[in-house]
Design a protein around this ligand. Sequence first.
Ligand code: CO8
Length: 229
Amino acid sequence: MLRSCLARLRTLGALRGPRGGARPPATDTGPALRLFSSEEVILKDYSVPNPSWSKDLRLLYDQYMKKCEDGSWKRLPSYRDVAHLDSKLIKEEQMPQARIFIRSYEDGLGFEFVMFHNDVEKKTVCLFQGGPYLQGLSGWLHGGAMATMIDITSGMAASIGERIVTANLNIDFKRPVPLYSVVVINSQLYKAEGRKLFVSCDVRSVDGKTLYAEATSLFVKLDPEKSST
Ligand SMILES: CCCCCCCC(=O)SCCNC(=O)CCNC(=O)[C@H](O)C(C)(C)COP(=O)(O)OP(=O)(O)OC[C@H]1O[C@@H](n2cnc3c(N)ncnc32)[C@H](O)[C@@H]1OP(=O)(O)O
């Protein structure tokens, strides 16, 4: 029912959202999104604790939720089904199958994360716990999984709600990340030049003492005049 409803709304072009699985900051921490006044569709928000979250992830989540109380930080909800709903690149019948891949795993097996955004400081922080399906070398998180989370977190620092793509991403992997551990991904927009948005990022352990990775990235706002984008 939900899927057919979504497919219908997609066909109508009624739903829109940024890439990357996260949406603009919610005004509350509610788990649902109201999409359509006459035909309400409830999407599950995955950026809330579930039983697979470790104690570390829960504690950090609580700390950031506290920071949200004065409005300076906002939790970014994220969904599984809403990717790029006005896409003309895939067939209508393929749309119900399309999922945001970082939300495609069952709880605890893949990407468990929540992001918080500070609009004044142009910062986005992601609290990320990598599950067993993200293994690279034995016992460690695959670097590509880490790169994915750096990309998405940096993209949210660059721009929320605008259509941007990653043009360039440079990562120095300093230490391997143990599977199941929680890391803190800190990203900051430090320069904007026309359509270009420059972001710096680091990935640290919960206590901040271990630096796992550093990255810089360039995002480009899509130019509506150009047909290829
Ligand atoms: C919000 C949630 C997070 C979002 C995360 C999204 C993550 C993704 O998966 S995105 C998918 C991966 N990325 C892509 O597929 C992008 C593919 N590339 C493109 O579409 C195009 O090359 C695109 C849009 C980046 C630029 O094309 P176009 O719009 O024609 O602009 P173009 O004129 O070439 O470049 C614009 C400016 O960016 C610069 N630029 C473009 N690419 C690069 C690059 N790789 N390195 C440095 N500078 C670059 C250009 O030099 C130009 O600079 P200036 O304005 O100073 O002359």
